[in-house]
Design a protein around this ligand. Structure first.
Ligand SMILES: *Cc1c(COP(=O)(O)O)cnc(C)c1O
Length: 372
């Protein structure tokens, strides 16, 4: 049987390889490899697609988060509230920007619980930065996020690495925070042929600072007003993203949503529960998480035998990572029982846009046929 992976880069290449090579050829012919017209063209296209005024391409999602936090005014030692259930990069960016990540538990959708966040912020007046993560491609409740922002005068950098284009009751993710950060890591919904990321913002001075920070902190040629990074998006990646993949993103997202719908309708097993999106979320389905009551590894082995790949997002909470473990209690503003449940029970099913209906049905049947 055809193996079903979490991603299918071979099919992507067979469908878009010619256009990717044409984009590469264009850059080669131009003779400009760094911060040329392909980067600025892609930045304005993505900003327009997203509906935010400014976009600054950089080298990764991690860097985009760090740059966003620095632009938002994070100072060394500042605490930043975020979720314990995310890619490690979310918390790593906080520490790289000089901050200290602190954690509150997640809700039934696996997202930072905004109600708990609200009481944690009320109890800890020294926490005034927030990095909400739109996990799995869902959108957090943005009305609530806006209310939190106003109540506590928060500075917010939204982690949109998994949620490009997701909306909450019509409002696009990234538009409530001061900055949005996203990633073009190959597995992401808008995945490059290598690393990449971007910061988006409604603040033109903020965007200008981000442009300086990604380029050694240069405020003018050979003039360094800041200690920046080398974090530029390559012309090659920008050309591929802008000319080949961004125009396909709406179609890819539609297909992901169809697959999610097929899973929702098809998966019926007493030991498997679907993870509900947050209320009002128009999700882009980066991942398809389910929760397994019982032996998760047994389900994964069962699917593996049917040539179906699975993932776990994420098996270890960020505060439980070795580098934070000694301080896990101090960094956790609330107990984390729900996040722990996700860490122990979550399994991600394949949901990339190149799956056929038959492929999806194979996954559904295999799930339903699992004898726990
Ligand atoms: C992938 C990811 C990142 C990091 O992006 P990179 O481009 O790999 O640095 C950050 N946050 C989340 C939620 C992610 O999924």
């Amino acid at each position: 049987m055809k193996p079903l992976g979490l991603n299918d880069f071979h099919t992507r290449w067979s469908r878009y390889g010619d256009r990717v090579l044409a984009a590469v050829d264009r850059v080669g012919q131009s003779g400009r490899l760094i911060l040329g017209s392909e980067v600025s063209r892609f930045e304005s296209e993505l900003a327009q697609w997203w509906g935010l005024p400014s976009c600054v391409g950089c080298a990764s999602g991690l860097d985009a988060l760090e740059i966003g936090l620095r632009c938002a005014g994070l100072q060394p030692g500042d605490k930043v509230l975020t979720t314990p259930l995310s890619a490690f990069a979310t918390a790593l960016a906080v520490t790289r920007a000089g901050g200290v990540p602190v954690f509150a538990d997640v809700d039934a959708s696996g997202q930072l619980d905004l109600e708990l966040a609200e009481s944690a912020l009320a109890d800890h007046s020294n926490v005034r930065f927030l990095v909400p993560v739109h996990l799995y491609g869902h959108a957090l409740d943005l009305e609530r996020l806006r209310a939190l922002r106003e109540r506590f005068s928060l500075r917010i950098v939204e982690d949109c690495a998994q949620a490009i284009g997701a909306r909450s009751r019509g409002v696009v993710v990234g538009s409530v925070g001061d900055f949005a950060a996203t990633s073009f890591y190959p597995t992401k919904n808008l995945g490059a042929f290598g690393d990449g990321g971007a910061v988006l913002t409604g603040s033109e001075p903020g965007a200008e600072l981000a442009r300086q920070l990604r380029d050694y902190g240069q405020s003018g040629k050979f003039e360094h007003a800041h200690l920046g990074l080398n974090s530029r998006l390559d012309e090659l990646q920008a050309a591929i993203l802008g000319r080949v993949l961004l125009p396909e993103l709406a179609g890819f997202t539609r297909r992901r949503a169809e697959i999610a719908q097929r899973y929702r309708a098809g998966i019926q097993h007493p030991m498997l529960s679907l993870v509900p999106p947050p209320a009002g979320s128009q999700s882009v389905w980066h991942l398809y998480p389910i929760l397994v009551a019982g032996d998760r590894a047994s389900l994964q082995r069962h699917l593996e035998r049917a040539d179906i790949a699975t993932g776990v997002h994420y098996p270890t909470l960020i505060p439980d990572q070795p580098v934070f473990r000694d301080r896990a209690l101090e960094l956790s503003l609330t107990p984390l029982p729900r996040a722990r449940l996700f860490a122990e029970c979550e399994v991600s099913l394949p949901i990339h846009p190149f799956l056929s209906d038959e492929d999806v049905d194979r996954v559904v049947e295999a799930c339903n046929g699992w004898s726990a």
